[in-house]
Design a protein around this ligand. Structure first.
Ligand code: RFL
Ligand code: PHB
Length: 389
């Protein structure tokens, strides 16, 4: 088989890139290790920035999101029971859309099916070849046979554990990493959200987040030790601990119910530079990871692939290499801004096991900076709703 761009991974990065390229008349094939059902079963992000919304519009996959997504004009922060609302509209005149990554993925899969784009699911042993030559290609195994796709470029959209980043020689890559000493236990339930806005809670027993997927479906998170297992957290224990960390009025309003899904995710900051190696471009979690506290991971992925689609369109339509040559530097600027914001939000709102009295006072002062200064809230709002890509 032959195509212009071979895309590895059918998460949001790969699927969005595929549709953006298709709209530009650039052929592409997506190779995904898992089944489509497995990809749709992963419960992850929930907050879309304006530029992510624009990306879905450009890809022709925004109709249901506009119908069903919930526009949020602010968030509530609770610091040791003191409440503070950041009003995005007032601070920066922008808002975000709460719409699950699962739904984004489903809409992109449907858009791809409607345009006849090829996605090979359950593609095993994907390998990249000749990435520093003029004739790159990808091989994979499916149904006991090995297949080969010749292409002009390869887009590595295969997440943190994918094969693409590992195909770049180790001496070319510089990686930066911070692993946090706790994880997030997430619970999804068909219960009405405790509030119409998201609530981020810093409590001495740990962080909590009240999020949502719709007016009847809630998503909640609790900071837990990395040694905890999902089995340690029967639903009753989860709800009791969430009530403990919330302020009394919200705890009183909380509607509980059976969990539809529960999982623990570790928290990590990670960046791998550069994001391009000859004919290979990395995008999304393949190149960078943020802790979820800033709601940035999916949005960074959407920014990367919009930048890459523009660059490849410029190459194919105008024979200009300016976009592809500038891809890595352009993305990394926004990536590091999001890394800083996600790290700041994580430090502000979590209880660190080894933190001393001084660090706790600094955390408190950091919170007061938001409450007491106009610029503090403005900076948070500006970063939360998203910087331009
Ligand atoms: P993905 O979604 O990991 O998709 C990569 C795909 O590549 C496939 N793959 C391979 N395919 C072929 N061959 C191989 N060798 C392969 N290796 C891997 C995988 O099966 C997979 O289908 O990466 P992508 O597309 O870059 O998308 C990134 C986002 O998924 C991620 O950044 C967000 O989910 C992060 N995130 C959040 N982001 C936000 O913007 N807002 C949020 O509110 C938010 N909340 C979250 C989150 C992530 C979380 N977890 C579980 C990590 C909340 C959580 C709990
Ligand atoms: C979510 O709804 O899953 C979500 C929302 C905000 C975050 C992280 C996750 O910061």
């Amino acid at each position: 088989m032959k195509t212009q761009v071979a895309i590895i991974g059918a998460g949001p990065s790969g699927l969005l890139l595929g549709q953006l390229l298709h709209k530009q008349g650039i052929s592409n094939i997506i190779l995904e290790r898992k089944s489509s059902g497995y990809v749709l079963g992963r419960i992850r992000a929930g907050v879309l920035e304006h530029t992510t919304v624009q990306g879905l519009e450009k890809a022709g996959a925004a109709e249901r999101m506009h119908r069903e997504g919930l526009v949020h004009e602010g968030v509530e922060l609770v610091f040791d029971r003191e409440k503070y609302r950041v009003d995005f509209t007032e601070a920066v005149g922008k808002s975000v859309v709460v719409y699950g990554q699962t739904e984004v993925t489903r809409d992109l899969m449907d858009a791809r099916a409607a345009t006849g784009g090829l996605t090979v699911y359950e593609a095993e042993d994907v390998a990249l070849h000749g990435i520093d030559t003029d004739a790159p290609y990808v091989t994979y195994a499916k149904d006991g046979q090995t297949h080969r796709i010749d292409c002009d470029f390869i887009a590595g959209c295969d997440g943190f554990h994918g094969v693409s980043r590992q195909s770049i020689p180790a001496d070319v890559l510089k990686t930066y990493e911070r692993v946090y000493p706790f994880g997030w236990l997430g619970l999804l339930s068909d219960t009405p959200p405790v509030s119409h806005e998201l609530i981020y809670v810093k409590h001495p027993d740990g962080f909590a987040l009240c999020s949502q997927r719709s007016e009847t479906r809630s998503r909640y998170y609790l900071q837990v030790p990395l040694t905890d297992k999902v089995e340690d957290w029967p639903d009753e224990r989860f709800w009791a601990e969430l009530k403990n960390r919330l302020y009394p009025e919200a705890a009183g309003r909380l509607v509980t119910g059976p969990s539809l899904e529960k999982s623990i995710a570790p928290l990590r900051s990670f960046v791998s530079e550069p994001m391009r190696y000859h004919k290979l471009f990395l995008a999304g979690d393949a190149a960078h990871i943020v802790p979820p506290t800033g709601a940035k991971g999916l949005n960074l992925a959407a920014g990367d692939v919009q930048c890459l689609a523009d660059a490849l369109a410029d190459y194919y339509h105008n024979r200009s290499t300016a976009g592809i040559d500038g891809y890595s530097a352009r993305c990394l600027k926004r990536v590091w801004a999001a890394e800083r914001f996600s790290w700041y939000m994580t430090k502000l709102l979590h209880t660190f096991p080894d933190s001393d009295d001084f660090e706790q006072k600094m955390q408190e002062a950091e919170f007061n900076q938001l409450v007491l200064t106009e610029n503090g809230a403005k900076t948070l709002a500006e970063n939360y709703v998203g910087l331009p890509y």
